[in-house]
Ligand binder design. Structure first.
Ligand code: DC
Length: 229
């Protein structure tokens, strides 16, 4: 059976990971959430105080990069591979608002991107992979056979994220979440190194008004077209 590379990019909270996980499961492909890797580096920077409320010691973090070991370990309970930072499962911690607040700053550091992109390319060497992020179709796998770009309105995305965080017991307001979503959109699309842009050959899916099933059908159709090409 022919295996391909599937790149799923888009703004934060567009449901990239939901659809990428579904697709990987259906096809028996490996799923990689690259946002989790940027989040894990951010968590490391917070724990080691390279980042604090008012300062970011970029040079310090860059020097410490060789000490950061990232690994995905498949969890039968979760049904996907969870993120480990230096052998500790950080899957939950990396989703906290504190990490979300700083992750775009860390993701803008070229040396961080260089390290993570190299690891991502290595994971996808044998194809049969669904990877989601911001620069997968443009930088990590410019030759991916299928590229999808997901969008939805900022309000819709903030609503989804707000619900998720509240269900996990985090004390946040919708306004804070919306502000974080908008701030990250701006930082992600305007950073100098690998800004979030739609690859010219990516297929766009706006899921503001799509059900999960509707969205999955669309993506399966795109996969079938790509595999038959
Ligand atoms: O997908 P996410 O919201 O978990 O991603 C967290 C942050 O990481 C996001 O603000 C942008 C950054 N990111 C990136 O720059 N490149 C990627 N390939 C994935 C994520």
């Amino acid at each position: 059976m022919k295996k391909i590379t599937i790149a799923i990019d888009g703004f934060s909270s567009t449901g990239k990971s939901t659809v990428a996980k579904q697709l990987a499961k259906k096809l028996g492909y490996v799923y990689v959430d690259t946002g989790a890797m940027y989040r894990a580096v951010t968590l490391y920077a917070l724990k080691t105080d390279y980042i604090s409320k008012n300062s970011f010691d970029v040079d310090g973090l860059v020097k410490a990069l060789p000490q950061i070991k990232l690994r995905f370990v498949f969890s039968n309970d979760a049904g996907f591979a969870e993120m480990y930072l230096n052998d500790e499962n950080v899957e939950r911690e990396i989703r906290q608002m504190e990490v979300s607040e700083f992750v775009s700053l860390v993701a803008a550091v070229p040396q961080v991107r260089e390290m993570l992109v190299a690891q991502q390319q290595e994971m996808g060497r044998e194809k049969g992979i669904v990877m989601d992020g911001r620069d997968i179709g443009t930088v990590v796998f410019p030759d991916a056979e299928l590229k999808v770009f997901m969008t939805a309105s900022a309000e819709e995305r903030a609503q989804r994220r707000f619900k998720e965080l509240r269900e996990r017991g985090e004390e946040v307001t919708y306004e804070d979440v919306l502000e974080n979503v908008q701030k990250r959109d701006l930082l992600d699309t305007t950073r100098e190194d690998s800004p979030l842009v739609k690859a010219s050959d990516a297929k766009e899916i706006d899921n503001s008004h799509l059900t999960l099933e509707g969205q999955f059908e669309k993506i399966l159709q795109l996969y079938n077209n790509a595999i038959n090409n």
